[in-house]
Design a protein around this ligand. Structure first.
Ligand SMILES: [Zn+2]
Length: 292
């Protein structure tokens, strides 16, 4: 079987391709403090219970991934996991070829395969969650540049801005990802209690002023980054995905308004419908396609 593994900061989802689709086999707690070796052992055990001889495995990881070396370079979501040779170790444990990529790219692979993203033209995919992930897709193919293209979350939007876990400051994801939303909410609510994005969305749906203002500020920063990207790429359009898009009704109009103030391109930003297994499925497709 061709296996796909989606390693996120909180949960790891794995499953395999079957005729006409994808079968989820397990959801594991990633538990970053226990280290990558522990997670790989648990992944191997879960796969072994279903399949004694896997054909291939693909893994999408929330972090900076060196695909050619098969190394997870670093990840704000997986503190302490640094320069880890995940491809080689996983391949040794599973006894099959393994390929790795970052989580946004495997998500895009699933979206391309399922035709959610058109197979002609230039498109950007952006995931909004703990951080901001990005993927550049041209005529159905992901563009990597020298390896790391699409790290939109770390473009500077504020010269002396907030420190980022990547080591820089003023990165876009410090202004338009979940941590920023929580900060805006705390500021507008006059408290230091940082509610979860889900809770802030619930309060916004009840028209709570602080929650609506938090999403407005979030939307403005989203629009600023999107205007930058349109100036750089002039894409046919953008697809948004990731956990925060569930609350897009509260921020997308603000993003569009800010975008229109800064950019003369036509706004074409869509929210990509996707299930929680899309990353693991994309990883499995990647494993099948790139190891064959
Ligand atoms: Zn950064």
């Amino acid at each position: 079987m061709h296996w796909g593994i989606d390693i996120g900061g909180t949960t790891t989802i794995l499953g395999y391709l079957k005729p006409g689709g994808f079968e989820k086999a397990a959801i594991l707690k990633t538990d970053p403090p226990s280290g990558p070796d522990s997670l790989l052992r648990r992944i191997s055990k879960a796969i072994d219970e279903v399949d004694k001889a896997p054909c291939s495995a693909g893994a999408g990881i929330a972090g900076l991934v060196n695909r050619s070396e098969g190394v997870l370079v670093s990840s704000p979501n997986l503190p302490g996991w640094k320069d880890y040779s995940i491809r080689e170790k996983l391949s040794d444990i599973l006894g099959c070829p393994v390929v790795i990529d970052n989580d946004c790219n495997v998500f895009a692979i699933q979206a391309i395969e399922s035709s959610s993203i058109p197979d002609s033209g230039l498109w950007l995919m952006i995931t909004l969650g703990t951080g901001i992930g990005g993927t550049i897709i041209h005529n159905g193919t992901i563009l990597y540049g020298t390896g790391y293209a699409g790290e939109f979350g770390h473009m500077t939007v504020e010269a002396n801005g907030k420190n980022c876990l990547c080591g820089s400051k003023g990165c876009w994801e410090r202004y338009a990802a979940s941590g920023a939303l929580r900060e805006y909410y705390g500021k507008h609510n006059g408290s230091s209690i940082y509610n979860s994005p889900k809770e802030i969305a619930r309060l916004a749906s009840m028209k709570q002023d602080a929650a609506l203002k938090a999403f407005e500020e979030f939307g403005i920063w989203l629009g600023i980054g999107l205007a930058n990207l349109y100036h750089c790429f002039s894409p046919d359009g953008v697809f948004l995905a990731g956990g925060l898009t569930g609350a897009s009704e509260f921020f997308l109009a603000h993003a569009e308004s800010e975008f229109n103030d800064r950019c003369h391109c036509a706004w074409n930003v869509n929210v990509l419908p996707s299930g929680s297994d899309a990353g693991a499925e994309g990883a499995a497709i990647m494993g099948r396609n790139r190891t064959g």
